[in-house]
Design a protein. Structure first.
Length: 233
C-alpha cells in the first residue's frame, strides 16, 4: 500500500473513533431552574355532583407560581365546600380561565375569569386580577402603581366613568357613578398592559347583570401626572 493510502486509512479510523465517542457521551441537559417553564397548568375533575375545569399560569418565578397556585386551589376548595347535589339535572360547575398581560418583561398581569354554578337561575361570574414584579416576586397593588400623595382615585374615576357612560346606554347614571366612583374598592381589579391600565367591573357593579362584566382601558399618558415610575414615563 502506498504511503498516501496509509495516511487516508489512519485519518478515517481516527475520525470514526472520535464520532463514536461523541455518540456514546450523553447530551447535557440544562439544570431545571434554567429550563423554560410551562405556560400554564390545568386542574380537571368530574364527579356525579360537580365538574371542574381550571387553568392557571406558570411563570419563571417560583414564588409567584406558588402564590398563583395557592389562589386557584383556595377557589377550588371553596367551591367543593359549597357544591351540593345536582340542581334541575345540572352538575355544579367551576371554570377558571385567564388572560395574561404584560407591562414589561418583568411586570406581568393576569386576569382570571371565574364562572361557578351551584344552583339557581344563572351561573355566578367574577373577575380576579393579579399583577407581579417577577424580579422582586412582589404582588403589586394599585397603590404601587400611583404616586402616594396624588389624587389618583379621582383621576381614574373620572376617566372610567366617561368611558362607561359611552358604553352602557340603558343604565341609571347613578349606578355607574356609585360603582366607578373615587373609592379604592371600586378599582381593585386592574391589569397593566404595555400602554394602558385596565380596570374590570363585575356584573352588578356598574350595570345590571344583563349588561355583563365591564372593562375600561385608560392610557398611561392620560394619568402621567399621578403615576409612579416606570408607569408614568
Amino acid at each position: 500500500m502506498k504511503p498516501l493510502s496509509y495516511k487516508l486509512v489512519f485519518l478515517f479510523l481516527a475520525a470514526s473513533f472520535a464520532l463514536g465517542g461523541l455518540a456514546a457521551c450523553p447530551k447535557k441537559r440544562p439544570p431545571p431552574e434554567s429550563r423554560p417553564a410551562a405556560d400554564s397548568k390545568t386542574i380537571q375533575e368530574e364527579t356525579a355532583a360537580f365538574k371542574l375545569d381550571v387553568k392557571y399560569p406558570v411563570t419563571a418565578n417560583s414564588t409567584v407560581n406558588a402564590a398563583l397556585e395557592d389562589f386557584v386551589k383556595k377557589e377550588v376548595e371553596e367551591f367543593k365546600k359549597t357544591a351540593g347535589e345536582t340542581s334541575f339535572g345540572m352538575k355544579n360547575e367551576l371554570n377558571i380561565s385567564y388572560t395574561p398581560l404584560s407591562f414589561s418583561d418583568s411586570i406581568k398581569s393576569f386576569k382570571f375569569d371565574l364562572m361557578s354554578y351551584t344552583g339557581g337561575a344563572h351561573p355566578n361570574t367574577a373577575i380576579v386580577t393579579k399583577t407581579f414584579d417577577l424580579k422582586t416576586s412582589k404582588e403589586l397593588l394599585l397603590a404601587d402603581v400611583f404616586k402616594p400623595e396624588s389624587d389618583y382615585l379621582n383621576a381614574v374615576s373620572k376617566a372610567a366613568i366617561d368611558q362607561l357612560k359611552g358604553k352602557i346606554q340603558n343604565t341609571d347614571p347613578k349606578w355607574i357613578q356609585k360603582g366607578a366612583g373615587p373609592a379604592l374598592e371600586n378599582f381593585q381589579k386592574f391589569a397593566l398592559s404595555e400602554k394602558e391600565i385596565l380596570f374590570f367591573f363585575d356584573p352588578y357593579q356598574v350595570a345590571p347583570y344583563s349588561e355583563g362584566p365591564q372593562e375600561v382601558k385608560i392610557p398611561y399618558s392620560a394619568l402621567k401626572d399621578v403615576l409612579q415610575t416606570p408607569f408614568g414615563n
